[in-house]
Design a protein. Structure first.
Lengths: 235, 235
DNA sequence: CATTGTGAAGTGATTCACAGCA
DNA sequence: TGCTGTGAATCACTTCACAATG
C-alpha cells in the first residue's frame, strides 16, 4: 500500500512513510492530537482506535488508516499508547519546534487573534502585530506593540517568522499578501474575504466567516423546505 | 445525470435539480457568488465559465459542473449573465431571505464577530449577543446590549433565530450548544476548539484557528525538509 | 483473542473531452 | 464559431472486512 513505492520490508523508520500523506489525513492530525491531549489530561494511558475515534469524532477505520500513513505506532490486541502517539503526531505536524506568527491588520479580529490563547498553547508564538494605520502604531496589545507594516522585512529576516496571518479588510489583503511573500513568508492564513494570488511555493489557507454562514443557511433552507413539503403532503 | 432520478425532459424549473447538490459544490457556491458580485461591481454583464473560474480561483470545468447542478443558466457560445446567475445562486443558497444570528460568548472573538460588517452585508442579521458573565450583561456593543444566556428560549421563539454562533471557551461550548439545540436552533457555527455532540437534525460547522495553523505548519515543515535534503544532496 | 494494519471494494469529487446549441 | 452542459474516465477519500499479531 502507500501512495509512493511499494517497498514492503527492510525500510528503516525514516523511510517508512514520509512521503505523500493525503491532504484529508493531514487536516485530521490536529484533531487526533487534541483528542490525545484530552485523554492524557484524563489520565488515560492507552486507547483503542475506537476510543480515539469517538473522542475525535471520526470512524475508527478512518482513524486507523490515517495513522497508518505515519507509521506503525499501535499494538495489536491492545491499542495505542496515548503519550507516545501524541508525541509522534506532534512531531509529524512539526509541533516539536516553535512557529512564529505575524498578525497583519489589528482591527477587531486582529485583536481577538492577538489575544487568543490557543495560539501560544500549541507552539505558535505571536512575534509581531502590524498595521498600516498610523494612529494605531505604538499601541500596546498584551505584551506587544503595534508596528508599521514596513517593519515586515526586518522582522522576517531577524525573527524567523514563518507564518503570516492576514486580518485586514478585503481591499488591503492582496497588497499585504504580496509584501508577506516578498519578505519571504511562505505560509499564510487569510481571514479577509477575498481570493489571494500567490506563487506556487506559498501555501494559503482561508477562513471565511460569511461563507460558513452561507453554507449553514443553504442547509437550513433545505430543512425548512422539507418541512413545508411535509405539511403540504399531510394537508 | 443528476444523482436523483433520471427524468430527462418535461421537468419544470422547480423539478429540475432541487435534490442532492454535492456538498463540495455547496461549499463553493458562496465563492461564486462573491466572484459574481465583484464582476457586477466592475460593470461586467456577461462572463464565460473561464472568466468566472479565474475570479473564483477554480478551474472552469469544475465551475460548469457545479452550476449544472443548479439548472441551465448559461448560453452556449456566450457565457453567463452575471446578474441573473448571481440571483439564481443567491436564491439557491437561501440569501433571498434574511437570517438571524445569535452570538454566544462575547469575549474578544465574540466582539469581533459582533462588529464584523461582512455578516450584515450578506443578509445575516445579528439578533442578539449572549454571555454568562454577569459583569458583561447590559454592556452596549454597537446597537445591541449583551443579554444573559437564559434569554435564549425567548429570543429563538420570538425572533426566528435560526443560526447560533458559539464563541465561548472550549469548556463552556457543549453546554451552550445543548441550550441552543433545546431552544430550537438547528444550525451552529462553532469557534470553540472542541467537538460538539448534537442530534442528527442539527448542522454544526467548525472554525478552528489553531487547526488551520497546524496544517500550515505541517506543510511549512515539509518545505523546509525538502530544502535541507537538497542542500545535503548538493553538498 | 481483541485490536491493529491494510488490501480491496465502494463512494464521491474532479477533470477530460466533445456533442450540442445559440 | 465559441462556449456550455455533461457523459465517461480518472483520481482521491472512505469504508469494509479480515489476515496478521502482540
Amino acid at each position: 500500500m502507500g501512495s509512493a513505492g511499494g517497498r514492503k520490508s527492510g525500510g528503516t523508520r525514516e523511510e517508512r512513510a514520509e512521503r505523500g500523506i493525503p491532504e484529508a489525513t493531514v487536516a485530521r492530525l490536529p484533531v487526533y492530537l487534541r483528542a490525545l491531549t484530552a485523554l492524557s489530561d484524563h489520565d488515560v494511558t492507552t486507547a483503542s482506535s475506537e476510543d480515539l475515534a469517538v473522542w475525535a469524532g471520526v470512524n475508527s477505520a478512518k482513524l486507523r488508516k490515517d495513522l497508518s500513513y505515519l507509521g506503525t505506532y499501535g499494538t495489536r490486541g491492545v491499542g495505542y499508547d496515548v503519550n507516545y502517539l501524541r508525541y509522534q503526531i506532534a512531531r509529524e505536524i512539526g509541533l516539536t519546534q516553535d512557529w512564529s506568527v505575524v498578525i497583519v491588520g489589528i482591527g477587531n479580529l486582529g485583536l481577538a487573534l492577538a489575544n487568543y490563547s490557543g495560539f501560544a498553547s500549541r507552539g505558535f508564538r505571536v512575534a509581531a502585530l502590524l498595521d498600516n494605520d498610523e494612529r494605531r502604531i505604538g499601541e500596546q496589545v498584551g505584551d506587544l506593540r503595534i508596528s508599521p507594516l514596513d517593519d515586515l522585512f526586518e522582522l522576517v529576516r531577524s525573527g524567523q517568522v514563518s507564518i503570516g496571518v492576514i486580518a485586514t479588510p478585503a481591499a488591503a489583503a492582496q497588497g499585504v499578501c504580496d509584501k508577506l511573500v516578498a519578505a519571504g513568508v511562505s505560509s499564510i492564513l487569510n481571514f479577509a474575504p477575498t481570493l489571494l494570488s500567490v506563487p506556487d511555493h506559498v501555501d494559503v489557507r482561508k477562513v471565511d466567516l460569511s461563507i460558513e454562514l452561507q453554507i449553514l443557511a443553504f442547509h437550513e433552507q433545505r430543512k425548512a423546505a422539507g418541512l413545508a413539503e411535509l405539511k403540504v403532503d399531510v394537508g
